[in-house]
Design a protein around this ligand. Structure first.
Ligand SMILES: CC(C)(COP(=O)(O)OP(=O)(O)OC[C@H]1O[C@@H](n2cnc3c(N)ncnc32)[C@H](O)[C@@H]1OP(=O)(O)O)[C@@H](O)C(=O)NCCC(=O)NCCS
Length: 164
């Protein structure tokens, strides 16, 4: 897939479809996202990273998982994000039993507010449209809310009951 470019005063950024060769970068981004959200226990991360890596590898292989990374022209990784095709239950009008879900959105601190996350979300939306999915879901962190709302995402009425 050809890379898309966005020129900034500092360096040129480009977004790329990611694959198995990028798995370590995707795991790093996942961990860094959780750390930014306040999960600081390294033991939990070590365990969680191993599980996530296995989980993401299997789904990249069977095409239930898409990922994009943004790189700067000096070769640095600026950020990335993923779409998982999440199994969902049948309901009226649902034509597919999977629902695209955006996750693991992360931009390295040096590259924030330069459109990195927006580039990834736009690629994810484009991919979903191209593959005829009708909706893209996500759970937004406080930092992420404006990124998504600027691109048209709406709040929903999901509820939950914490059982422990
Ligand atoms: C959230 C995050 C991915 C945003 O990445 P980014 O590459 O800086 O985002 P963008 O540059 O595409 O931002 C697009 C717009 O969203 C808004 N925005 C982005 N970060 C924001 C912040 N921290 N506070 C308020 N608005 C913000 C701005 O309106 C911004 O446009 P502007 O810079 O022209 O004003 C990044 O801050 C991050 O990695 N945070 C830690 C992990 C996290 O929260 N991930 C999201 C999980 S849902």
């Amino acid at each position: 897939m050809p890379a898309r470019h966005r020129r900034t005063a500092r360096s040129k950024l480009s977004v790329h479809a990611a694959g198995l060769k990028d798995l370590d970068a995707l795991v790093h981004q996942r961990q860094a996202m959780w750390k930014a959200l306040g999960v600081r226990n390294n033991e939990l991360h070590e365990k969680g990273d191993r599980v996530y890596k296995r989980w993401a590898r299997a789904r990249l292989r069977n095409h239930q998982f898409m990922a994009w990374v943004v790189k700067s022209d000096d070769g640095r990784m600026a950020g990335g994000g993923c779409v998982w095709l999440q199994p969902v239950q049948p309901r009226p009008h649902r034509t597919s039993m999977v629902q695209p879900y955006l996750l693991s959105m992360y931009t390295e601190p040096d590259f924030r507010r330069r459109g990195v996350a927006s580039m990834v979300v736009k690629e994810a939306i484009k991919w979903c449209r191209k593959n005829k999915y009708e909706r893209l879901m996500l759970h937004a962190s406080e930092m992420g809310r404006r990124v998504y709302s600027q691109l048209g995402f709406k709040r929903t009425w999901e509820m939950r009951l914490d059982l422990k």
